[in-house]
Design a protein around this ligand. Structure first.
Ligand SMILES: *Cc1c(COP(=O)(O)O)cnc(C)c1O
Length: 339
């Protein structure tokens, strides 16, 4: 099987498993797991923040950020394509009691003026605007990299209005590789940033939320409250440390493979791809009038997995377990059926 459904399908390599098996551990609820502490410190330093908190999932990292920046009844400004609005089970309403102001961007990217227009002036009959959440890379927009200048301009407007800023950086590593900016530069405009170890980096589990010492202290308490206090979890943190040391720079290969795939698909008349949006490890392509399910079934019959992402859209994602030869094979199969 060539599994292009998501970069979350990777399995830990032998070397990663060995790093996990030999990890030094302790009870992390007591703050005594040295491997967790090392991971939190490593990611915080990499992103230029004071502190970090290891969490079981990206959803928990994002939801902790919403919780610590808001009070029930507040409003959070997001873009329509974002993960927090689409794929987090309605958690902002349930866990933080906030409402979302959902803005429409261009490929998930907002203009600073949209933020200033969305900020509520503060009448008592309105929900107070409190927080802006951005995403980088933008998953639903096809892995588009949020331009740093744009994020800085949005942050300026938000700060001017007294709002906090959170970045869902599930694939911040890809944004760094793809843009040439460091993770630290990309994280700088934000108070808190969540990054995933379980996507392209290939760790089995885990995300890290970073921010000021004060923010992370609050998040630590809420992580326990949300049921995310874990014990000898250095076993998992070790996988994250291993991934950062060994799987970070190779993300460039995933980007090359994704673009190679996108160009190949673009050359098949039955499909279309907006190559301008193929900026990292995700390819979204349109199947025109054919049913998405038929295309997916035919691919599956050839041992190739992709996922539907809209009525006429399919998503393919490259990762650690996909080689250039695999992409060549996928393209030959697609040319055989549709070329
Ligand atoms: C995967 C992802 C998350 C978090 O997902 P989990 O499955 O909870 O780890 C958050 N934001 C984006 C953009 C993602 O792609």
């Amino acid at each position: 099987m060539i599994d292009l459904r998501s970069d979350t399908v990777t399995r830990p390599t032998m070397a990663m498993r060995e790093a996990m098996a030999s990890a030094e551990v302790g009870d992390d609820v007591f703050g005594e797991d040295p491997t967790v502490n090392r991971l939190q410190e490593t990611v915080a330093v990499m992103l230029g923040k004071e502190a970090g908190l290891f969490v079981p999932s990206g959803v928990m990292g994002n939801q902790l950020a919403l919780k610590l920046h808001t009070q029930p009844g507040d409003e959070v400004i997001v873009e329509r394509q974002c993960h927090i609005f689409n794929y987090e089970s309605g958690a902002p309403g349930l866990l933080s009691g906030v409402q979302l102001a959902v803005l429409d961007g261009n490929n998930g990217i907002l203009e600073p003026e949209q933020i200033s227009r969305a900020v509520r002036p503060g009448y008592y009959w309105e929900a107070p605007s409190r927080l802006v959440c951005l995403e980088n890379t933008i998953n639903k927009a096809g892995g588009v990299i949020y331009p740093l200048v744009q994020q800085r301009a949005i942050a300026d407007v938000a700060r001017e209005a007294g709002l906090a800023l959170h970045l869902d950086g599930a694939r911040l590593w890809n944004a760094a590789i793809g843009s040439g900016h460091s993770e630290k530069e990309l994280a700088a405009p934000f108070d808190t940033v969540n990054v995933c170890l379980s996507k392209g980096l290939g760790a089995p589990v885990g995300s890290v939320l970073v921010g000021s010492r004060e923010h992370i202290k609050k998040a630590h308490r809420y992580r326990k409250l949300f049921g995310g206090g874990m014990r000898q979890v250095g076993i998992l943190a070790a996988a994250g440390l291993y991934a950062l040391a060994h799987h970070h720079d190779r993300l460039a290969d995933d980007h090359t493979n994704a673009y190679f795939l996108a160009e190949g698909i673009a050359s098949i008349p039955s499909f279309s791809v907006d190559l301008a949006t193929v900026q990292s490890n995700i390819v979204m392509f349109d199947v025109h009038e054919q049913p998405v399910t038929t295309v997916l079934e035919r691919l599956q019959g050839e041992g190739i997995l992709m996922v539907p992402f809209g009525p006429t859209t399919i998503r393919a994602t490259t990762h650690l377990d996909v080689s250039t030869e695999d992409i060549e094979h996928v393209l030959s199969v697609m040319n055989k059926h549709w070329g």
